[in-house]
Design a protein around this ligand. Structure first.
Ligand SMILES: [Fe+2]
Ligand SMILES: [Fe+2]
Length: 271
């Protein structure tokens, strides 16, 4: 299968670019399945029904989230009605929505999409290592699903890399999100799982992790909040990772994607 994962879409700048690019990328690369992280899509904080539906209409088969998943309160209700919207799986039992789902691609093949949050410098949720065992046991790759993608939303590179190795050979892709900065370590792990520590954001990089720089700079220098964080509004870079899987559901090829904005462009050379 040909999979594309698009990193945290930040605000209008990120949405405009991903909605403009995704339909053409689906055709050009003959993509079978697209996952977009939408935790910052609504003004930098959370996601709304309208924004999620627009991402799906543009070509997202699934939308994953992160620590900002409920910032727009309507998401707490909407997520129960939208099986393609996935929030971190390791929230307590009883939390609205789903942390994993088996989603059908256009051609009928099935993709397990899991969202999981790390715990280093983040909320202390349930153990993601224990939690992923349950999800993978319920839906083994190659038996119950044709591909399995885990969006591991975490701050610490160490935790992300340990998590990748922990599920190596049992998932098609472990993609890190949340730092909003793409890492250059995309590769296939020894047992066949595609991995990148962070996909980077889809937003304006002339910013502090997607936010207009003025308020973050004030808080770092003066330590007194003055205004709300506002997403930077310049041209975005679409950042993500492209993966091709084999018959067994494991990764055969992986490459970074960077389109538009101020970052150096990158596209998979295998499609
Ligand atoms: Fe984010
Ligand atoms: Fe985040």
């Amino acid at each position: 299968m040909r999979l594309l994962f698009v990193g945290d879409v930040v605000g209008r700048s990120g949405r405009t670019l991903v909605n403009a690019q995704l339909p053409a990328l689906r055709d050009k690369w003959r993509l079978d399945f697209v996952i977009v992280n939408g935790e910052n899509a609504a003004g930098g904080f959370g996601i709304t029904e309208a924004i999620c539906e627009e991402l799906i209409a543009s070509g997202a088969d699934a939308v994953t989230l992160g620590n900002h998943w409920f910032d727009q309160r309507e998401a707490l209700v909407y997520i129960a009605r939208q099986p393609r919207l996935i929030r971190p799986a390791n929230y307590p039992a009883g939390t609205p929505g789903q942390g994993a789902n088996l989603i059908e691609a256009k051609d009928g093949r099935k993709v397990l999409v899991v969202n999981m949050m790390g715990r280093i410098f983040m909320d202390t949720l349930d153990d993601p290592f224990r939690r992923i065992e349950e999800e993978l046991a319920a839906c083994p790759l190659g038996r119950n699903c044709d591909a399995a993608v885990i969006d591991f939303h975490a701050e610490a590179t160490s935790e992300k890399q340990a998590f990748g190795l922990f599920v190596d050979g049992r998932a098609s892709l472990v993609v890190g999100t949340h730092t909003h900065t793409p890492s250059a370590d995309h590769r296939i792990l020894p047992l066949g799982t595609g991995f990148i520590t962070d996909a980077g954001m889809t937003g304006d990089y002339e910013s502090v992790i997607g936010m207009d720089k003025d308020e973050p700079m004030r808080r770092f220098t003066q330590h007194i909040p003055v205004a709300r964080f506002e997403p930077a509004s310049g041209p975005a870079t679409l950042c993500g990772v492209a993966v091709e899987t084999g018959e067994d559901g494991l990764a055969r090829k992986i490459g970074p994607v960077r389109i538009g904005g101020v970052l150096a462009p990158a596209s998979p050379d295998f499609w």
